[in-house]
Write a new protein. Structure first.
Length: 165
């Protein structure tokens, strides 16, 4: 992996231009790290950092025989060179889509038996109704009436919480 870099300082901001070139026969995953003594201000798309960027540099894939232009800003003075290859490895034949990557992470919720029920006092009728709904939900037998009732209870509790606070 070859990097060509330039840096220009203007009005307290260093603008860094990088061209990452992969002369190899295989696609390479690469980490391009900022060497300037400050955070990376990455390019943004709709107000969020462009894919692959974080406060230390860029990580992504450069296809075989291809070049990837990169650019960022930093409040730090320029270093020589301003960016470097932190690491590189052969890229997978196919990169997972964002949906596939999220699916690999699994369900983020804790198991139901790991979450204790609230310890606050509820009226007996409400507690019994909630217990019945929870049991039906665990058995996969919840109904539209259960969903509507829970939603109505949550909305009412939210309004009451605002009044009480």
């Amino acid at each position: 992996m070859d990097l060509e870099t330039t840096a220009h300082r203007r009005r307290g901001v260093t603008l860094v231009a990088v061209r990452a070139t992969n002369d190899g026969e295989h696609a390479r995953r690469v980490r391009v790290a900022n060497r300037c003594d400050g955070p990376v201000w990455p390019p943004r798309e709709q107000g969020v950092p462009a894919p692959g960027w974080d406060d230390g540099g860029w990580e992504g894939v450069v296809d075989a025989g291809d070049a990837k232009p990169l650019g960022y800003a930093t409040p730090a003075p320029p270093a020589e060179p301003p960016a470097e290859v932190a690491w590189t490895e052969r890229a997978a034949e196919t990169e997972p889509t964002p949906a596939e990557a999220l699916a690999d992470l699994g369900d983020p919720r804790p198991p139901a038996d790991a979450v204790s029920p609230p310890t606050t006092a509820l009226p007996d009728g409400v507690r019994e109704w909630l217990d019945d709904v929870a049991e039906r939900a665990e058995d996969g037998e919840s109904t539209d009436a259960d969903r509507d009732g829970v939603a109505a209870l949550a909305a009412r509790a939210s309004r009451l919480r605002e009044d009480v606070e």
